[in-house]
Design a protein around this ligand. Structure first.
Ligand code: SF4
Length: 347
């Protein structure tokens, strides 16, 4: 991935974002110097374990982190820095030009209003639609996301919907004003596998229908396979590898990405093949290990101590748009997911 730009294809350009939380226990460095861009019409995936900073990155872009301290950075939306806008102006963009789909629709939807009213509210707030027009739009949107008997369902309450239908209703709400960017934060985590696939199908179909870009936030690299155009992998608040989906899936040059890939179930593997997770846990963002934050879990750590002393910066890996933050980048040439899996299984 090249340095973020603000060319005509760039919708969102985030530069050196540092988003911290000041707590009694110390400073939580949730996002610590992240740069990326989202281009018109693409699916850009942000992947990492919980605590990697991916969700804070998304909610900071949306202006939905009231307690965050922005230590540095810019969040340029079509060239304007959202971090510098008054809340009223940021609120106008939020929902209309950039909309978010949350992980848990049950807490995001208001239990005391009908689903149709909540979806229509977007058209009332952002476009001044009448009540009648708002309800018409809500039915249209529910229909668009594949909810049968949309007119009848629009008059129902969230608790009367199944989990998968609630998530579709959330998507309907997010797309009411046809935003140019949809940020989907773990949109399928709470759903079972079959419903997950259906909801992702809906999301991709809608993307084409309303011609929006999607920033897909997930802990599961498997979810983004076949969906994402470009991927950014985050660890401990930093981007550790960025590139096109084929670059990351077929030619990763970062031990963390390779570890995530090795931990995915294989389609062609035996049914009872054990999964090989990355050993250890992600670090506390208050006490991030020095040097490369991944070193306590990394089986490629250098013997000369460099990984513990110096924080690796992103640099070119296999192509100009493929970058990895690893001191062993060159040594990883030829390392495959399969070899990482075999080594992990033998631990
Ligand atoms: Fe592993 Fe060192 Fe690369 Fe970090 S910099 S991922 S510790 S090899």
């Amino acid at each position: 991935m090249s340095e973020p730009t603000t060319g005509p294809e760039t919708l969102l350009s985030v530069r050196d974002l540092r988003a911290y939380f000041d707590t009694d226990d110390g400073v939580v460095r949730a996002v610590d110097g992240v740069s990326f861009e989202v281009r018109r019409g693409e699916v850009f995936a942000v992947v990492g374990e919980s605590g990697s900073g991916k969700s804070v990155t998304a909610t900071t872009v949306m202006g939905l982190q009231p307690t965050v301290r922005i230590a540095s950075g810019e969040v340029l939306w079509k060239g304007r820095d959202l971090l510098q806008l008054p809340e009223s102006e940021h609120g106008r963009i939020r929902g209309k030009e950039i909309a978010m789909i949350f992980q848990d629709p049950l807490t995001a939807l208001n239990p005391v209003h009908t689903v149709g009213r909540q979806i229509g509210e977007m058209a009332r707030i952002h476009e001044g639609a009448s009540r009648k027009e708002a309800m018409r739009r809500a039915v249209e949107m529910l229909d668009l996301v594949g909810i049968p008997e949309a007119a009848k369902r629009a008059r129902m309450y969230p608790h009367e919907f199944s989990g998968g239908m609630r998530q579709r209703a959330m998507i309907a709400m997010a797309i009411t004003c046809r935003p140019e960017l949809l940020i989907a934060d773990e949109p399928t985590t709470a759903l079972d596998v079959t419903v997950q696939a259906q909801v992702l199908d809906v999301l991709m179909r809608i993307k084409d229908e309303i011609d929006s870009a999607i920033m897909l936030i997930t802990h599961d690299l498997g979810v983004v396979a076949g969906l994402a155009d470009r991927v950014m992998v985050m660890y401990a608040g930093r981007a550790v590898e960025t590139g096109t989906a084929p670059q990351l899936f077929s030619d990763s040059r970062h031990p963390y990405t390779l570890g995530l890939l090795a931990g995915l179930p294989r389609l062609e593997g035996p049914r009872d093949e054990p999964l090989v997770p990355i050993p250890g846990m992600p670090p506390s963002l208050i006490n991030v290990p020095p040097g490369c934050a991944f070193h306590p879990r990394c089986s490629f750590e250098r013997a000369d101590g460099l990984c513990r002393r110096s924080t690796p910066e992103l640099r070119q890996a296999t192509a100009a748009d493929h970058r990895s933050a690893c001191h062993q980048l060159e040594a990883l040439d030829g390392v495959t997911v399969e070899s990482v899996r075999r080594a992990g299984a033998g631990r």
